[in-house]
Ligand binder design. Structure first.
Ligand code: HEC
Length: 475
């Protein structure tokens, strides 16, 4: 790991008052939901085709063709567009994370991409020729389609779960140690179950939405399409397994350490429990026929569960994007010490967009330090605004709390710069709070810088202790 530079500079994108993480998060949730629909939909189509061939459901084939059209439209068009949009924004927001993922796993990405192409080809062939093919040929094509889409989940899941639980990879940098990381299996199984559930609920919506089925026929189809929902019974167990593979401090965020994280996990668990209970008790046991409104509500709950789950999965990595390796602000875990000497802005080749707006060089330095170290998670005055968060602090509290960032809130990385850079950020906050006056004196008090240096040393260069998160700043 020592050959890894502490920091690599990429052009920085500025999304104004929005938080960058939120932009990716929003797109990511949509994309995951659609992708899981595509995977589960493929499996459901195979099941319907198989039922039809066994003569077990006379409506299966007709409904399969309706379902497939929606699936193709949604997964190919919306799924592909949100997928590209998500990677595009991720590259803007966290280029170094994505660069590391591509560098470590390029053949895995390539393999995933190959399966995705296969999925598209099989899907297109079925779209074009499906209605005319013989039953065995239809089944084969659907198996190819759904096998390929599940395989693309298999490959991407290894890379995504590696970010949270890199496991043995941290020592060996071995691709397979990273790919088959501790979170790989529970997350693959969990996602497969979610995919089956989402597709089943979407089918229940569709049964009610397409015309041409009588009430009895709708009832029969709902009963058939809802069967995969039984798999949701395994969700608590697999979910608990997944949580157990998480690093203890990550898990700590979801059990009270971070209020939003705990709320989102509760939302995910609560919504899936409601869907699961309704599915198993009402649809499968009491054989109720869900109407369009109920089915839509259930699907919306499944979306909420996916959103909560994805938010938690992205959030619990903090302060890392790759656990124990790369901090959320793209600074290498092992590079903090070096940057404390060298400064994080010293080698930054990119000029400030609004350099003329700062009355002195110290404030401009503060703006650069903020851009490098803080801007992934904060804005100065918009969402999660640093100037608001530190508004009530005295100037010395600002110095102390920023120098000891990982103690202030353990989901922040340690400060990765010199005492002068801490002071520059503190001055920047003071200047903005004062209403950006055109004249602002630089502050270079040697005693203050020495004190900041001691605070930096005291906090050390490692990540904070998440178990202390609930208690807030240590002091
Ligand atoms: C990994 C994301 C992340 C990074 C990087 C980050 N922060 Fe934070 N920071 C947060 C979050 C999340 C909070 C909690 C906000 C809240 O409590 O509403 C926070 C809180 C704060 C607070 C308020 C703390 C308190 O106790 O109320 C300050 C001040 C702050 N950050 C400053 C900074 C500065 C300065 C930097 C850069 C040197 C930085 N942060 C980098 C995520 C981050």
């Amino acid at each position: 790991m020592s050959d890894m530079p502490p920091l690599e500079y990429f052009p920085v994108i500025d999304v104004g008052p929005l938080m960058k993480g939120l932009v990716i998060g929003g797109l990511g949730i949509f994309h995951v939901f659609l992708a899981q629909f595509a995977i589960g939909g493929g499996m459901l189509l195979c099941y319907l085709q198989w039922l039809h061939m066994r003569g077990a459901c006379r409506l299966a084939r007709r409904f399969a063709d309706d379902y497939f059209k929606v699936l193709v439209l949604v997964s190919f068009v919306l799924g592909a567009v949100t997928g590209v949009a998500m990677w595009f924004t991720s590259i803007q927001v966290s280029p170094r994370t994505i660069a590391t993922m591509v560098r470590e796993f390029h053949w895995v990405w390539a393999t995933e991409w190959t399966f995705f192409c296969l999925e598209v080809v099989a899907g297109y062939l079925f779209y074009r020729y499906g209605p005319r093919l013989t039953d065995p040929a239809r089944l084969q094509l659907l198996l190819l389609y759904s096998g390929a889409s599940w395989m693309s989940l298999f490959w991407i899941n290894g890379i995504l779960s590696w970010q949270l639980t890199p496991g043995g990879w941290l020592e060996s940098h071995d691709v397979w140690a990273g790919f088959f990381n501790p979170g790989f299996l529970p997350s693959l199984i969990f996602r497969t179950i979610s995919a089956a559930a989402i597709a089943a609920l979407a089918a229940c919506v569709l049964v009610n939405a397409v015309g041409g089925f009588s009430r009895e026929e709708r009832h029969e189809l709902v009963a058939v399409c809802a069967r995969p929902l039984v798999a949701m019974l395994a969700m608590p167990l697999v979910g608990a397994w997944y949580l157990a593979t998480m690093p203890a401090d990550s898990r700590g965020w979801t059990t009270g350490g971070s209020v939003p994280m705990t709320l989102f996990l509760t939302m995910a668990v609560g919504s899936s429990t409601l869907v699961g209970l309704y599915a198993v008790v009402a649809i499968l046991r009491q054989r109720l026929c869900v109407n369009g409104a109920t089915a839509t509500l259930l699907l919306a709950l499944a979306f909420a569960a996916t959103a909560g789950g994805e938010f938690v999965r992205e959030g619990v990595r903090k302060p890392f994007t790759i656990r124990e390796y790369l901090y959320s602000n793209s600074i290498a875990r092992d590079g903090i010490g070096q940057l404390r000497q060298r400064g994080c802005a010293t080698d930054d080749p990119y000029p400030l967009r609004d350099a003329a707006a700062y009355p002195n060089a110290q404030l401009a330095l503060g703006a650069k330090v903020f851009r490098v170290q803080c801007s992934v998670c904060h804005t100065l005055e918009g969402m999660n605004a640093v100037c608001e968060l530190a508004a009530t602090w005295s100037i010395d509290q600002r110095r102390l709390n920023i120098a000891q960032l990982q103690r202030t809130k353990p989901f922040m990385p340690p400060f990765a710069g010199t005492p002068a850079e801490v002071e520059a950020v503190v001055q920047l906050i003071g200047w903005i709070r004062a209403g950006r006056p055109p004249d602002w004196e630089e502050a270079h008090d040697a005693a203050v810088l020495a004190q900041i240096g001691r605070w930096l040393d005291e906090a050390g260069t490692g990540p904070g202790d998440a178990r202390l998160a609930a208690t807030g700043p240590l002091r």
